[in-house]
Design a protein around this ligand. Structure first.
Ligand code: SF4
Length: 126
C-alpha cells in the first residue's frame, strides 16, 4: 500500500494527537480505494469468513490473492483498484474488517482523500 509512513517517534506523537482529538471515521471508503495490499492475518480470515457465512477455504478462494511478500494473503482488488469488499461505498464486512483496516489512521494513513483526516489537519493548522 502506498502510504505516508512516519518514523516511530513521530508515529507515537501522531497516535496520541489523533486519540486526543477523537478521529471520527466518516465511512467514506477513501482508505478502501487506496492502492495496495490489505494484508490478512489468520485471525482476520477466520473472522471475515464467519461474517460472510463461508468456510475459510471458500472465503480465501473468493476474496483473496497472494500478497507481494509471498508470505501472506491479502484481499483482492476490484478492477478500479478498490478493495473487493467495498460495496456501494461501504465495507460489506465492516464489523469483521481486517486488523490493517482497524489500524487506520493510527498505524498508517492515506496521503490524501480522507475527509476526517483532512479535518484534523485543518484543526491542527489553526
Ligand atoms: S476490508 Fe473493508 S474496511 Fe478494509 S479496505 Fe476492504 S472495504 Fe475497506
Amino acid at each position: 500500500m502506498s502510504i505516508h509512513s512516519p518514523s516511530n517517534n513521530s508515529r507515537q506523537i501522531l497516535t496520541m494527537e489523533l486519540a486526543e482529538r477523537s478521529f471520527k471515521c466518516q465511512q467514506c471508503g477513501a482508505c478502501c480505494r487506496w492502492s495496495g495490499h490489505v494484508l490478512l492475518t489468520e485471525a482476520d480470515i477466520t473472522r471475515l469468513a464467519a461474517a460472510a457465512e463461508l468456510l475459510e477455504e471458500q472465503f480465501i478462494g473468493r476474496y483473496t490473492i497472494l500478497a507481494a511478500n509471498r508470505r501472506q494473503l491479502s484481499l483482492a482488488d476490484r478492477p478500479d483498484g478498490s478493495c473487493v469488499l467495498l460495496e456501494e461505498g461501504r465495507c460489506a464486512l465492516y464489523e469483521a474488517r481486517p486488523a490493517q483496516c482497524r489500524d487506520f489512521p493510527y498505524g498508517w494513513r492515506v496521503a490524501e482523500g480522507c475527509p476526517a483526516l483532512e479535518a484534523l489537519d485543518e484543526t491542527s493548522a489553526v
